[in-house]
Ligand binder design. Structure first.
Ligand SMILES: [Zn+2]
Length: 136
């Protein structure tokens, strides 16, 4: 069941509070975005060849924002990162070597998001890589 924008806002705020209370340092990033912004992200790692976007490198999304809409365009998705307690830097790549602890923390928060707040389960998907993405 998809959340309304106000439900999503209330639930994600509660999740962020839980993260802070647990001692993690959440950092909010992308929340609401336009079709143009989503399409700009879609073009990363792709090249327009004979009228079709072809993957030529590392892509960051499979949603083009035009034919397929992102939940960010509806305002019911937020990308959340964690700040490292050791370095004070934001962890942007949870899959990078050395970031296993923060990846596990994020997977834990995804399970809380799913089970307690009724957020969209993401971590059960095979090949789930978009760890910062929380969706209502
Ligand atoms: Zn996202």
């Amino acid at each position: 069941m998809t959340m309304t924008r106000d439900e999503f806002t209330r639930n994600i705020a509660a999740l962020i509070c839980e993260m802070v209370i647990a001692g993690d340092i959440p950092v909010g990033d992308r929340w609401m975005c336009s079709a143009e912004e989503q399409n700009r992200l879609y073009q990363i790692g792709r090249q327009l060849i004979e009228g079709v976007w072809k993957i030529v490198g590392d892509v960051v999304t499979f949603v083009d924002g035009i034919l397929k809409l992102s939940k960010h365009q509806y305002g019911i998705a937020l990308d959340l990162y964690l700040k490292s307690k050791e370095t004070g830097k934001i962890i942007y790549d949870f899959l990078a070597l050395g970031n296993e602890f923060y990846k596990e923390r994020m997977l834990y928060w995804h399970s809380v998001w799913d089970k307690k707040y009724g957020g969209k389960p993401m971590i059960d998907k095979p090949n789930f890589r978009d760890i910062p993405h929380f969706e209502g």
